[in-house]
Design a protein around this ligand. Structure first.
Ligand code: GDP
Ligand code: GDP
Length: 435
């Protein structure tokens, strides 16, 4: 965790194809047989024992109103802010275009390692054509075919050479790491200041290894926890008009570092798609979630106002509906301690480990009563279940015909787990494995 590789280049050179190639194999290892939905432009990759995140910067800026030059400027800005290594991609089948030149000009000003990647080199003849790109002024180029994967090994060798050594995250103690996330103006700063006070009772300061996201350790209200601070990241919002966009990028980073995300929503604005994006980011990264509906002091309360908002959020998060939703005011301090307390509980839920015997005693009779529906006359027998040693709740169900256990039944299993044990606020992953 912590290292970021950004892919930059004009449209259609193959950025998202490479992105998919780099991030899919990793997903396959981590997520087993289950296809998980990920942010399509931000994923994790692993090579030579190093783990790094990959950003397809094109995915964040292809916006119909963007003229190409503008889109490229934004891609470069993301790469500059976020990346440790930049892959500058061009297309051998088109040769050098004006836009490639523009990208090269912008990247020259960035003081970060840039690798020139010549894509669509699908055969040996094209390998010769690739040499044309030395004209962009790079000493070395990497010819690859994102479609077939050829050449990507050499590229990744160099990428991992350039990445700094990974140290273990240096939080010496296992304390909860909370992050306050949300759209601009949701009230994040006010909440943090109100909770922690001006004096900010800081015990120690431990910075992330290579990144500038910072865990600050607090001891407040009888609780000891780290707050993942976005202060360092906040400064980087250079591009004013993209505040919204940058806030999502920041959330991505901060969420990675946290155990539990306090997702703040401005009650006066209602729930908008950006709020839902941030919520989904937290859930997809298997983080604990507490939803804080803020500015509750400004809301004219009809009897069902809270209920309506609650229902809407749960619908948007479905099928993961077991989420605490708290109506707060950072201004009047209404329920802000409850918010912190709930975050602590969610942290405990996320770390909950259920003994294998207890799991099986509880689940197997339920499974026996409601077995997976048989398919093509085949009976599916789940024999036992065990929790996996992951940092978030994940369970493996061992079964004779795993491929026949479909989504509705997986949901049934998750629901039973939630009924039997307290996993409020935490996504649960399940894997059906062959036995
Ligand atoms: P992006 O706009 O830079 O993200 O480009 P895409 O990844 O969407 O790719 C643009 C087009 O190029 C698609 O039709 C891809 O299938 C194609 N493409 C990507 N990589 C290769 C490759 O290695 N060889 C060939 N022949 N086509 C490719
Ligand atoms: P951030 O961008 O998420 O950090 O939001 P801020 O903490 O800067 O808050 C944005 C604005 O909303 C500021 O003017 C705050 O004073 C105001 N605000 C934040 N929380 C509340 C609240 O609970 N009630 C009211 N009335 N205003 C709030």
């Amino acid at each position: 965790m912590g290292n970021i590789v950004a892919i930059v280049g004009r449209p259609n050179v193959g950025k998202s194809t490479l992105f998919n190639r780099l991030t899919e194999s990793r997903a396959a290892i981590v997520d087993g047989e289950e296809g998980v939905t990920r942010d399509r432009h931000y994923g994790t990759s692993e090579w030579n024992g190093k783990t790094f995140s990959v950003i397809d910067t094109g995915g964040y800026v292809t916006n119909s109103e963007d003229v190409f030059e503008e889109a490229i400027r934004k891609q470069a800005a993301i790469a500059m802010d976020e990346a440790d290594v930049i892959l500058f991609m061009v297309d051998v089948q088109n040769g050098i275009t004006d836009l490639d030149q523009s990208v090269a000009n912008i990247l020259r000003r960035i003081n970060k390692p840039v690798l020139l990647v010549v894509n669509k080199v699908d055969n040996n003849d094209l390998n010769l054509d690739a040499t044309e790109f030395y004209g962009l002024g790079y000493e070395k180029l990497y010819s690859i075919s994102s479609n077939s994967g050829s050449g990507t090994g050499d590229l990744l060798d160099e990428v991992t050479n350039l990445l700094p050594e990974q140290k273990e995250e240096e939080t010496e103690e296992e304390l909860p790491r909370f992050a306050v996330v949300g759209r601009p103006n949701a009230g994040k700063s006010l909440l943090v200041n109100t909770l922690l006070g001006e004096d900010r009772n800081i015990v120690t300061d431990i910075s992330g290894t290579t990144r500038d996201a910072i865990y600050t350790r607090y001891n407040k209200f009888d609780r000891d926890f780290y707050l993942v601070d976005t202060a360092g990241l906040r400064k980087k919002a250079k591009v004013r008009e993209d505040l919204e966009f940058y806030s999502v990028m920041r959330s991505v980073r901060v969420i990675e570092y946290a155990d539990v995300c306090l997702v703040m929503i401005d009650a006066t604005k209602g729930i908008e798609s950006q709020d839902v994006n941030i919520l989904h980011l937290a859930v997809r990264n298997n983080k604990g979630v507490v939803v804080l509906i803020n500015k509750w002091d400004l809301i004219e309360k009809q009897t069902d106002t809270a209920k309506k908002m609650e229902t809407e959020i749960k619908n948007r998060l479905s099928p993961f509906e077991d989420v605490p939703i708290i109506f707060i005011s950072a201004l009047t301090k209404q329920r802000i301690f409850k918010a912190l307390e709930t975050a602590t509980k969610v942290y405990e839920n996320r770390n909950r480990k259920i003994k294998t015997s207890q799991l099986n005693d509880y689940l197997l009779p339920l499974i026996e009563r409601t077995p997976p529906p048989s398919i093509k006359g085949k009976y599916i027998k789940i024999k036992y279940v065990a929790q996996l040693p992951t940092p978030y709740p994940a369970f493996a169900f061992y079964c004779n015909l795993p491929q026949y256990v479909k989504e509705p039944y997986r949901r049934f299993l998750v629901n039973q787990l939630r009924k039997g044990f307290n996993f409020t606020g935490v996504p649960i992953k399940i894997f059906i494995r062959k036995k």
